[in-house]
Write a protein that binds this ligand. Structure first.
Ligand SMILES: [Zn+2]
Ligand SMILES: [Zn+2]
Ligand SMILES: [Zn+2]
Length: 761
């Protein structure tokens, strides 16, 4: 049969992940001649062979692509021409290469792992082993394009053996920019708190593992920054780490070697296994097994645990030597940004870590671990960072002018929108801290430089006091667009799903500044791609005695809830929660509520979780924002079918969901001795029923549209899955690649600002 020609164009994540060498190997294996090259839009392959071989080749391109690759689109067309004798990799056009962005960091691949385990291999036990399919990317890039001289590997001169691999198109390290080996690459070092070296290379690694086994705390320099590590099965080490880090209750991530080890600590569903193994290797929230050996202090009172698999050769070697799961938590004091530079780490982590396992491959961009969870059977990113940043999110309508969106306050990030793509920056943390703010500003400058974007429009939250708002207003660009918080949440979900019409978004979170100056957070918004936003419904507000103090002292919210529900005569004496509150405080807050003094109102569904949770769990305080709300969610018994009544007031817009009847019924249940699992489940089902009623009514009044679930409350699977089931006939959209919480907000701000700015063009 005559060989025929075919031109294949592939889009998606096909650069910086070892795609071209893979194509070359596959072509040679199949007997296809031709060429492959990179360009701005992706990868193009011209292949010659008989039709049957070409079909096999095309199919295997999809099924056998390297783990970090993602083919979003593969188009093929017949092509005339003479078949060349062989298959080759063509150099990329220089001009095209410039726009090619830096890929995200990739977890170590199986081939590299096999190599470091092989005593005969050159890279036996070498912790910086990588190849075109794995290794550091974003975190070591000083500039674009993705080329060794523009990375922190520039100072390491390749040895002859590495250079031969780097230059051989048939080698799996062909153009692997961070290529290294024990002869020419970075080295490990173990240092004590005083800066004295305690060993190098393998000796450093083994000594660090010994210290961990003995209950010590070791700061470990990883891919995007330092972790604080300790033995996750040894309770005294875990509590010492908590004390030093000043982190009382928040769950700590635990790293294990592989899926088999993960399965010893958590019951894993198939989709959770896949998520744990995915190239971004996120921290995955999973249900802890009752027989797990993990110290309870890893996640106090919480049935969930955050597990992640080792994702660098260094982690693998360390876990192998330590012979136990390790707590691997971002190295910082609570509220401070992640540590990533050696000198700074020793300064800031003094007193936190006993030892420092460091190396001389510099990190230029800090990048925390990503966090994900399976909701309704599919992964949802809760924190978007390592392994995802700086990946582009394609948008439905290209940005008219480049936009910088600054996000909100907590768990913040930013977004740069230009052309047909939006780039969310890495999770930075809460902008309430000066050091975090500095790190965030530096990340913005770096993103703009890498993307070669000069913003013309700056988007920010409506809240005038947020540091991100002040930063936005101080920037030189003249065009500023304020975007309401929940509008931005819904717009982010629309952008993620590339919806171009309207979406009825349920934006439920803790708080966000409303257009009327009050705190919103239980919103039903009908949002259009043209930037329009109509508020259809919300929740009856809850009084926050003492303002933000009520976010931590959740008993104040519980008191406000029952005062409201029982018309000023609640059965507080019969509720265990109020026994835990000093009588005097109770009296003062009661008076505040009665006189309305320093008592703003909040409509956030998260605040209702706090209030009901405080009552049901008998917990007066949250040690971090949303703690009681989270525990109230995980307390629910999913098998409990009951629910409570509620009211929906529809006399005027926005309609109002009134949970006073719900609160009364829940209080009666608690007084009857029903436990938190039952009461929490009924509370969840009441919210689902109320939302369902609003959605069905809105469809009748405003036309049927897709329905979206967004805002921090939808990190809660019970709520999301309950609504999915209740809204069977509707097209219901959930977040997947963009976090439902404020970490995804900037994307929504960017697209709304673009829609608004178009009108002023
Ligand atoms: Zn590899
Ligand atoms: Zn070498
Ligand atoms: Zn929010």
């Amino acid at each position: 049969m005559e060989p025929s020609g075919q031109r294949l164009t592939l889009r998606g994540i096909v650069q910086g992940v070892g795609f071209r060498p893979f194509v070359l190997r596959l072509a040679r294996e199949c007997g296809v001649s031709g060429r492959v090259w990179n360009h701005a839009a992706g990868v193009t392959i011209e292949g010659f062979a008989n039709a049957e071989v070409l079909a096999t080749f095309t199919r295997r391109l999809r099924t056998e692509a390297p783990p970090g690759a993602r083919i979003d689109d593969l188009s093929s067309e017949a092509m005339a021409g003479t078949a060349p004798a062989a298959f080759t990799i063509e150099p990329s056009a220089a001009a095209a290469e410039r726009v090619v962005s830096i890929p995200p960091d990739l977890a170590v691949c199986d081939d590299c792992l096999a190599e470091i385990a092989d005593p005969a291999a050159r890279r036996y036990r070498y912790p910086f082993t990588n190849c075109t399919a794995c290794g550091p990317r974003f975190t070591i890039a000083r500039d674009v394009p993705w080329d060794r001289p523009a990375t922190t590997m520039a100072g390491f001169a390749m040895c002859d053996a590495c250079r031969a691999e780097f230059e051989d198109p048939g080698d799996r390290r062909f153009h692997a920019q961070p290529i290294a080996c024990p002869a020419c690459g970075p080295r490990l070092r173990l240092v004590d708190a005083g800066g004295h070296s305690l060993g190098e290379g393998d000796a450093a690694l083994r000594a660090a593992a010994r210290a961990l086994r003995a209950g010590g705390i070791v700061a470990v320099k990883g891919l995007g920054g330092f972790h604080l590590a300790c033995d996750a099965t040894f309770a005294p080490a875990v509590s010492r780490l908590r004390e030093r880090k000043r982190r009382e209750q928040k769950p700590l991530a635990v790293m294990v070697r592989d899926l088999a080890a993960a399965a010893r600590h958590a019951g894993l569903r198939e989709e959770e296994r896949a998520l744990l193994r995915s190239p971004a290797r996120p921290v995955v929230l999973v249900e802890r097994r009752h027989d797990s050996r993990l110290a309870p202090g890893v996640a106090p009172d919480n049935p969930l645990v955050g597990l992640l698999l080792a994702y660098t050769p260094l982690h693998h070697l360390l876990l192998e030597a330590a012979q136990r799961p390790l707590v691997m938590t971002s190295a910082n004091l609570s509220e401070e940004p992640l540590c990533w530079r050696d000198d700074e780490a020793r300064e800031r982590l003094r007193g936190l870590a006993d030892l420092f396992l460091v190396h001389d491959r510099e990190i230029v961009a800090p990048c925390d671990d990503s966090v994900a969870r399976c909701i309704a059977g599919a992964p949802t990113l809760l924190r978007r960072a390592r392994g995802h940043v700086p990946g582009a999110l394609p948008v439905a309508r290209p940005f008219a002018r480049p936009v910088l969106a600054c996000g909100a306050l907590l768990k913040n990030t930013f977004c740069v929108g230009a052309g047909a793509a939006a780039h969310l920056g890495p999770h930075v943390g809460d902008l309430e801290n000066v050091a975090t703010l500095d790190a965030w500003e530096a990340a913005i400058e770096r993103a703009l430089r890498f993307l070669r974007v000069t913003p013309e429009v700056v988007a920010h939250d409506l809240h005038p006091e947020y540091a991100s708002t002040r930063y936005a207003l101080a920037r030189p660009e003249p065009l500023k667009v304020a975007v309401q918080h929940h509008h931005a949440h819904v717009a982010a979900l629309m952008a993620e799903h590339r919806l171009e019409d309207r979406l009825l978004g349920l934006a439920w979170d803790g708080t966000g500044h409303g257009t009327d100056g009050t705190a919103w957070g239980g919103e039903f918004l009908l949002v259009g791609a043209d930037g329009s936003c109509e508020r259809i419904a919300t929740f009856r507000p809850l009084a926050m005695a003492g303002g933000d103090r009520a976010v931590r002292e959740v008993w104040r919210l519980a008191l406000a809830l029952v005062e409201d529900a029982f018309d000023g005569a609640p059965p507080t004496a019969a509720l265990a929660l109020f026994d835990a509150v000093p009588r005097h405080d109770l009296h003062v807050v009661r008076q505040m509520l009665a006189s309305d003094l320093n008592t703003p109102r909040a409509r956030g569904v998260g605040r209702y979780f706090d209030a009901f949770g405080a009552l049901g769990l008998v917990r007066a305080r949250s040690s971090y924002e949303g703690e009681v709300a989270l525990l109230w969610n995980v307390a629910a018994d999913p098998a409990e079918p009951g629910r409570y009544p509620f009211h929906l007031h529809t006399r005027h817009l926005p309609w109002e969901i009134d949970l006073r009847l719900t609160a009364r019924a829940a209080v009666r249940d608690l007084m009857d001795g029903r436990g938190a699992p039952t009461v929490s489940a009924r509370f969840h089902r009441s919210l689902v029923a109320a939302a369902e009623e609003v959605v069905r009514l809105a469809a009748r009044h405003h036309g049927r549209t897709p329905v979206g679930l967004t805002g921090g409350c939808f990190q809660n699977p019970l709520l999301a899955e309950g609504l999915l089931a209740a809204l069977g006939g509707f097209d219901v959209r959930l977040h997947r690649e963009v976090p439902p919480g404020d970490g995804g907000l900037a994307l929504g701000q960017a697209v709304v600002a673009d829609a608004v700015a178009r009108k002023s063009l």
